[in-house]
Every structure is written in C-alpha cells, then in structure tokens.
Design a protein around this ligand. Structure first.
Ligand code: ADP
Ligand code: G6P
Length: 483
C-alpha cells in the first residue's frame, strides 16, 4: 500500500513573513487541529495553501518557504491574491459557508467567484495528480475543495479517494437554492467514500443526490456510472491524551511558575467566595452565536441579579476571515455588546466580561479550560464543535459543567451535557443557574460518561475508521451491483 495524501485548503501551519524571516503559526479550526494529530503520527503528505499569496512571497524566499513546510510534512498549492479573493473569501466563505450553516440571507451567488472556485479546485487536483502514485490513498477535506474528487478521478480512475466534510450538509430545501448544486454533488461523487460528522448531514446529502441527480441510492450506497460510492457518518474526535495530559501537567505547576493568565484567574476566584467562570471559546464567526450569547448573558444578569459580582464570562474570540464583511460587522457588534454590558453592570470590584480577541497558545487554552467552571458553547449551527470535547477532556477531577447548543454536531454524542437551544434565552438563563448550582457528584457522574466516550472514540480512531472504511469500499467488487 502506498502513502496517504491529505489535502485541504489549510495546512497544519500558516506561514508569515516579517523582515525576511518566515514564521510558522499553528492553524486554528477543527480541521487543522484534528488532522494534525493524525498527520504527525504517520507517513503522510499534506498538501494545501500556505496562507500567503504569490504576491506576498518574494522569489528569493521561495526555497525557504518550501523547507519550512517540509518540516511539517507539507507542500503547497500557490494562489494569487485574485484567487484567494474569489476562491477563499469569495465562493468558499461568502457562498458555501453561510449557505451550509443555514444563513441563506448571507449567501452570495457570484458567477465570477464560482469560476475561480472551479479553477482553484483544479489547481489542488493537479497538485494531487502530480504527487500521487496509483497505490496511494487520497483524503480530501472540506467545503473549499468539493470539486476536487471528480477532477482527480478523471485523471486517475482507479485511485482510492475519500472526502470528509467538516461542516453541516444542509437540508435539500436549503441546498437546492445554490445555482451550481448539481456540479457540487458531481464533484463530490468522484470519491469512493464521503464522510460527514453526523447521520443528519449524511441523510441530507443522500436526499439531495437522489432528488437533484436522480441517482439510485440504496441505504448508504450511491450508484453512479457503474461505480458505487459509500456515504457514512464519522463523528470527529479529539486527541484526548494530549488534552488530559496537558491539564494534569498544569495541576502540578508550582505557584511561582503560574502563567500571568492563571494568576489572574486564581486571584479572582480567591477574592470572591462562590465565584464562577463561564467560558466561551470560538473563532469569531456568526455561526458560533457569540452575539446571542452576550445577549443571553445580559438577560441572565437581569433575571437572576443575585449572581452579579459572582460570575464572570470569559470570551476568547479568535480572529477569522476578517476580509469578509459579515465578520467585520460581527466584530463591531461583539465589541459594542461587551462594552455595553460591562458599562451597565460593572462595579468598582467586578467586571462581568473579560474579552480576548486573539489566538492563544495551547498552554493558555488549557489554563482557561481547567479554571473555568462552566463551558458555555452555544453555536447557532456548527458542524461538530471540538472545543466542547476539549473542555471535557481537560477536567481531570471530572468536575465542570458543559452547556452546549443542540445545533452543534457534537451534541449528538454529548447527551450528558446540558443541551440548550441558543435562541431560547429563558432556557439558557435557567441552564446557567442550574449549572452554577449543580452538585459536584452530578458533575462527576455526567463527565465520567463523557470522558470515557471521548477517550475511546478519539481522533485517531476517527481517522482509522474512515481509512478502513475507504479501504473496504475500494476492495469490494462492485461489478455485479452496477445498475
Ligand atoms: P471550528 O472548526 O469551526 O473553528 P471547532 O470547535 O470544531 O470549531 O474547532 C476549533 C479548534 O480551534 C479547536 O481545536 C480549538 O482548540 C482551536 N482553538 C480555538 N480557539 C483557539 C485559540 N484562541 N487559540 C488557539 N486555538 C484555538
Ligand atoms: C472550520 C472549517 C475549516 C477551516 C476552519 C478555520 O473548521 O471547517 O475548513 O479551516 O474553520 O477557518 P479558516 O477559514 O481560517 O481556514
């Protein structure tokens, strides 16, 4: 068997150039953090975009860039500024991302962006074709590259191709509004196996294939041009050990070695009896429901004023896709809401919200997970939400409460969390109160079950399940079932 080629728009690191030096910054987001764990363990090549446009790369730095990526087992697809605009900011993040997350009103249907999406997908396909031997396995990721499977199939008819979508696949009624809907489906059907996080996304996809392409679908097999394509759900896990061990290491830190962030968190706890921290961590994205969460927090403080000066909401929002207007508007909205709520409720000794707009190093992320009593993660729509799983994995003494949106893919596997509808402020405020008062024994009981499940179905198991299902699909003789 040959090597595995992973292909996604984002690589495990993003490159930046300053004063002629190249720095590699870890990529944020579920795809990169999850696949990184899989990639670092094996013999795979990861192809993607470096995060720099061709115009930003001086010719003389090109070899250095390749060397920096090679250190991470990666190689690059080069994109011009125009391509990044049309393909990444344009079709991927102004058309597909909002549409697939049910933000129909944000979705733009621009023919020019579609044309660029097609040509950039061809670039990625060409990079695979150049790097792949016939016995290699190709694993293509996410909504930026949905045409790539078919493009590779045309050149390499027998190669093994898997595709995984990291975001929701919307219901037929939403998907059908896309002008290029058939082309997207045909692109995906170049794969041998198509994976989704949940059974609902899988079912929506199969329904669109049946209704738009008129193909024969039996159970989770699609029959197309004498090929059989398997569709299945594989809920992505986390690198459980990495998170739980980091948390254990954190516990053993001597007081004099505490980070500045830890010191501030502990000081606050010690100075306020019964103080509780709510934690909110996401990329700054409208799908994550950050503005709604802030409104719900204000509602909670008004409904249950006895918790004033006793709770604090810590918001970590990671800058994301800041060239897209909706993200700029959201940034302004969140800034204003934080300012307004802090202005309204703060006292000389208490600020209800701590707001960080930046990416944080892994150690600080662990500090936040381990010191916050309640993780409050309520996306309006989210393919999976790995942060919820990471929070639970770091709770070494099994205490802590997870309030999770029903609309997150991870809610399907995390029934022991407190599941809420993010649009229901009444329910959310009551859940916050219940979380504050939840007895330790109940927290431990819920988290023990969650931890066991997350430890067992970790990211490695997820990747192995996907790969063995792909292998299995490829090795089947489908000639007798062709319809
Ligand atoms: P999405 O993929 O939509 O961004 P997920 O919750 O699935 O959402 O994944 C987010 C990933 O990004 C997690 O693995 C999390 O650890 C990481 N992450 C989130 N916030 C930060 C941050 N401030 N700094 C570094 N990594 C972060
Ligand atoms: C989500 C998507 C990924 C994407 C990540 C970060 O997890 O599913 O494909 O990489 O967000 O977004 P970005 O636009 O920075 O790659």
């Amino acid at each position: 068997m040959g090597k595995t080629i992973i292909i996604s728009n984002r690589l495990p690191v993003q490159l930046q150039i300053s004063n002629g030096d190249i720095t590699a910054i870890p990529s944020v987001g579920g795809l990169a953090t999850g696949m990184k764990s899989v990639h670092s363990g094996g013999d795979s090549l990861w192809i993607g975009w470096s995060g720099l446009t061709n115009e930003e790369i001086p010719k003389e730095l090109s070899p250095k860039i390749d060397a920096a990526l090679k250190e991470h087992g990666s190689s690059r697809v080069n994109l011009t500024e125009k391509e990044v605009d049309g393909f990444y900011y344009g079709f991927s993040n102004r058309t597909i991302w909002p549409l697939f997350h049910y933000f129909l009103e944000y979705s733009e249907f621009e023919l020019q962006n579609w044309e660029i999406y097609k040509s950039v997908n061809q670039k990625f396909a060409d990079a695979i074709i150049e790097a792949a031997d016939d016995d290699d396995t190709i694993w293509i990721h996410d909504y930026q590259l949905m045409l790539v499977p078919q493009m590779v199939r045309e050149q390499k008819p027998d190669i093994s191709i898997g595709f995984f979508l990291h975001i929701p696949f919307p219901s037929f009624e939403i998907f059908r509004t896309l002008p290029w809907r058939e082309k997207i489906l045909e692109g995906l059907l170049g794969s041998d196996l198509i994976g989704f996080h949940t059974y609902d996304y899988e079912r929506h996809f199969l329904s669109s294939v049946r209704r738009l392409l008129g193909l024969d679908v039996s159970f989770n097999d699609i029959y197309s041009d004498e090929r059989v394509i398997k569709v299945d759900s594989f809920p992505m896990g986390i690198d459980y050990k990495k998170f739980s061990e980091a948390a254990k290491k954190n516990e053993d830190t001597a007081p004099e070695d505490l980070s500045e962030l830890q010191r501030r968190l502990y000081n606050h706890k010690e100075s306020t009896a019964d103080a509780k921290f709510f934690l909110s961590i996401d990329r700054l994205d409208y799908t994550k429901g950050i503005a709604k969460r802030l409104n719900a927090f204000e509602y909670f403080l008004n409904k249950y004023p006895e918790y004033k000066e006793k709770v604090r909401l810590i918001i970590l929002a990671v800058p994301s896709r800041s060239n897209v207007p909706q993200y700029q508007l959201l940034k302004r909205e969140v800034d204003e809401l934080v300012g307004r709520i802090n202005g309204e409720f703060s006292t000389v000794s208490w600020t209800p919200i701590w707001y960080f707009y930046r990416s944080m190093p892994f150690e600080n992320l662990i500090d936040l997970y381990t010191t916050c009593d309640i993780a409050w993660l309520t996306p309006i729509r989210d393919g999976m939400n790995l942060v919820a799983k990471e929070y639970i994995a770091t709770r070494t003494d099994k205490t802590g409460v997870l309030i999770l949106s029903e609309m997150a893919g991870s809610a399907n596997e995390m029934n022991e969390a407190m599941l809420v509808n993010p649009n229901n402020f009444e329910q959310t405020a009551d859940a916050l109160k219940e979380a504050i008062n939840m007895p330790k024994e109940e927290q431990i009981e819920r988290n023990s079950i969650l931890q066991k499940r997350l430890e067992r179905y970790n990211v490695e198991k997820w990747a192995n399940d996907f790969m063995s299902s792909l292998l299995d699909q490829k090795s089947k003789d489908h000639s007798h079932v062709a319809r």
